[in-house]
Design a protein. Structure first.
Lengths: 295, 311
């Protein structure tokens, strides 16, 4: 094979990505700019059956105005952001412990311990939702246990609240967060910690001024991932978010309930912008910190 | 990795010198162990309960109902299994729920396995060639291509599904639109694992050495590059397989009336069927996933961690 043709090896992938990712996303953005149809308005038409001329004539920001002013959707947006933040913070705090244990401790069954921690990685969201119901539902394991212990079924129905969703998504995040933090702790130079100690730093100071700054890139990466997953993975929410509204579930209902593809597209674009902007910002932050560390 | 020096420092830090600090270090590691133990318990207990729920009857459970509305809907398909239900009520354990799931949702299990295998084959064919070209050669938009391929890792599956449905409405009724969704969401993992490996050693020098000995392009591929990528391709394939099996976000809306993936079937059982049937269905999913997870555990810790990190 001639060297000039060798880069063509990448061609199948490029064609695939352009046809099935970039073009559809562009189409999504374009379609979000025409007035919403849907069965409620009696304006249903075949999905995407719009000529370029009709599209140009029908151009409007109506859908976006509705997303950003309608109280229901603003609330969904806030719920989704709150959920993502809760999951991000919770998974970092909880998973520091097993990551630390994996690096610093030697014990029989460590391999099994790591294997168990990575199990939820490949579960689908629906399964995690089901498990949240098993554990924290109306008569879940935890309330049943607390009932046996205290005579009162505490934590019953928690699965269906925002905190229940946060717990379920953290379950989902455990493997990724642990593996990321573990890799960072493994790279951590414990000589630095010893140096700080010999200079008289307290445990809190060593944690806050030595360990945390050096782990920050990994923490940021975990937060970014948690944010992306809890924004996007709607399997969990579909099973348990029955009491309050969340952005991905709203999108799903717009499609399955009202066939309002134009408005659903606008919701999707808003969600994409939020996730991508957050992701980009966190990545920049991580890179800046990395440069700072190199100095 | 300076594990020796790290251990030595740890020995100093946790050494016999009695001070307030070493006590708090012990308290802290105690907390770390407790949290880890709780996490393990939290991961294992719902799995254990699904295992148990899948084989018991309401008599053993002490709960009211064994059948949901889904059971009635499926009465035609379930046939004799449906009739058997009254007989198991006197027993504690039964395989009835498993037989029901396999009978009613067996097709979706096969379809999901087919999709996963096809995803492995296609991501390997397309992804490995592209990874090689991306790392080996300099051409315009090289970095951009990689970024865009990794994009699905950080964008919601439902948005991609809705975009696909609208942009390609002619292929909407066919099963391969689901495969396309799976490929979009598995390709980043294959690409990541393979490009990481390619960047971790100087394969260009190896290739040049082979070329100087007169090896043709094909010979260099066959005997130099691919053998070095064997491990990465294996890890990537296992990741792709596992992710494809559990993919729900994108494929749920891409499903057609006749072609449903198993996670979507799981969603149906959770909504329509009893706890026992749902448990049996969940256990079947975990059994499908288990071989890939065990193999991943044994052959690739590092790559899995790297691939799992945010794009």
């Amino acid at each position: 094979m001639k060297r000039a043709f060798a880069p063509l090896l990448v061609l199948p992938l490029v064609v695939f990505i352009v046809v099935f990712l970039l073009y559809p996303l562009a189409y999504l953005a374009a379609n979000s700019l025409v007035a919403g149809g849907g069965v409620l308005e009696g304006r249903t038409r075949a999905v995407g059956a719009l000529t370029a001329g009709q599209w140009w004539a029908g151009l409007t920001l109506e859908n976006y105005v509705k997303v950003l002013t309608d109280r229901y959707f603003v609330e969904s947006l806030l719920h989704s952001v709150m959920l993502s933040l809760g999951v991000a913070i919770g998974s970092v705090l909880l998973c520091l412990a097993p990551a630390w244990v994996l690096v610093r401790a030697e014990f029989p069954g460590k391999r099994l311990f790591r294997a168990i921690l990575t199990v939820p990685m490949a579960f689908s969201g629906v399964i995690v939702g089901f498990m949240a119901v098993i554990m924290l539902g109306r008569w879940g394991v935890v309330p049943a246990f607390l009932h046996w212990l205290t005579g009162e079924a505490y934590l019953s129905m928690v699965a269906y609240t925002l905190s229940g969703l946060v717990v379920a998504y953290i379950y989902f995040e455990i493997p990724r967060a642990t593996l990321t933090l573990e890799a960072a702790i493994r790279k951590f130079d414990f000589e630095l910690d010893a140096a700080a100690r010999s200079l008289g730093a307290t445990l809190g100071q060593r944690f806050w001024y030595v360990l945390v700054p050096l782990l920050l890139p990994a923490i940021i990466s975990t937060v970014a991932l948690a944010f992306a997953v809890s924004m996007g993975s709607f399997g969990v929410a579909l099973i348990i978010a029955k009491k309050f509204n969340l952005l991905p579930v709203d999108i799903f209902l717009e499609i399955t309930g009202y066939a309002n593809f134009e408005f659903a597209s606008a919701l999707c674009v808003v969600m994409l912008v939020i996730t991508l902007a957050t992701n980009l910002y966190l990545r920049r932050l991580g890179e800046r910190l990395y440069v700072f560390r190199q100095r | 990795m300076s594990s020796v020096s790290a251990n030595a420092t740890a020995a100093v830090a946790m050494g016999r010198g009695v001070s307030l600090t070493s006590i708090s270090v012990r308290v802290l590691s105690g907390v770390a162990y407790c949290v880890s133990g709780l996490l393990v318990l939290a991961i294992l207990s719902p799995i254990g309960i699904s295992l148990w729920g899948g084989i018991t009857t309401s008599r053993a459970m002490g709960t009211a109902s064994e059948v949901g509305p889904g059971w009635q809907q499926q009465a035609g398909k379930a046939g004799d299994i449906f009739a058997e239900r009254t007989r198991v009520q006197t027993r504690y354990f039964t395989s009835l729920w498993y037989r029901y799931v396999l009978r009613v949702y067996g097709g979706t299990i096969l379809f999901t396995l087919e999709l996963a295998l096809l995803s492995v084959v296609l991501t390997t064919a397309i992804g490995v060639a592209a990874s090689y070209a991306l790392v080996r050669y300099r051409f315009p938009a090289r970095g951009l291509i990689e970024e865009v391929v990794l994009l699905p890792m950080s964008i919601p599956g439902i948005a991609v599904a809705i975009a696909l449905i609208q942009a390609h409405r002619t292929i909407r009724p066919f099963w391969y639109i689901i495969l396309i969704g799976h490929l979009l969401y598995t390709m980043p993992f294959m690409l990541r694992v393979v490009t990481n490996t390619l960047r971790s050693f100087d394969f260009v020098a190896l290739e040049q050495a082979a070329a100087s000995l007169g090896a043709s392009w094909w010979q260099r591929m066959r005997w130099v590059v691919l053998p070095n990528l064997r491990h990465a391709i294996l890890v990537g394939s296992l990741l792709v397989f596992a992710i494809s099996l559990g993919e729900f976000n994108a494929s749920f809306l891409l499903n057609t009336p006749t072609n449903q993936t198993y996670p979507a079937a799981l969603y149906d059982t959770y909504n329509l069927d009893s706890f026992q049937v749902s448990s049996a269905a969940t256990t079947i999913f975990m059994v499908m996933l288990l071989p890939a997870l065990i193999l991943l555990q044994y052959i690739g810790g590092r790559e899995v961690g790297e691939a799992g990190q945010a794009a």
